[in-house]
Design a protein. Structure first.
Length: 138
């Protein structure tokens, strides 16, 4: 006997990349995040860390490339650099618990500013928190 599947039995899960609006969505999130890093008091310490490196303008570009793949879209960072090892990217950056918290707070504020649904925000923040925790090296 052939059994037909009830409609909706197979749930196709959309990538976070498409849920936030693909390329344009990643771009908007990244720009909003680094605007806060550069302008909001909460971002000050993380901004100073960027100024010791290649600067925020550089990270705006590479964060876009990285998040594109990280969220399930095109692997632009890996295509450009041959890896997407986020710990390696931060090896030279002194990251303590306060810097991690500040980074996450700015991302939380950026997500509020672009106005995603609460469930989408929660899933994004869960993913960012896992990575941020791994990056604390002081
Ligand atoms: C935990 C707190 C974090 C701090 C304090 C931090 C700080 C920094 C700094 C200072 C740079 C610039 C390095 C340089 O120019 O030499 C940077 C670059 C970058 N960060 Fe973070 N970061 C944090 C978390 C994250 C997270 C959670 C992600 C990804 C989800 C991320 C992705 C990146 C990427 C893709 C770059 C550019 C790498 C490149 O230049 O090739 N960061 N970060």
């Amino acid at each position: 006997m052939i059994q037909s599947k009830p409609v909706g039995a197979r749930t196709v899960r959309q990538s976070l990349y498409s849920q936030i609006g693909g390329e344009a969505g990643v771009k908007q999130l990244v720009e909003t995040f680094y605007d806060l890093i550069e302008q909001h008091p909460e971002g000050h310490a993380v901004n100073l860390l960027h100024l010791r490196g290649h600067g925020v303008a550089h990270s705006r570009v590479e964060q876009f490339n990285f998040l594109s793949g990280f969220l399930g879209g095109p692997n632009l960072y890996a295509e450009k650099y041959g890896h997407s090892n986020v710990r390696f990217m931060h090896e030279h950056v002194e990251i303590n618990a306060a810097a991690k918290d500040a980074w996450l707070t700015c991302m939380d504020m950026a997500i509020d500013e672009v106005g995603y649904a609460p469930e989408l925000k929660e899933e994004l923040m869960r993913n960012f928190t896992v990575v941020a925790d791994l990056l604390v090296n002081r």
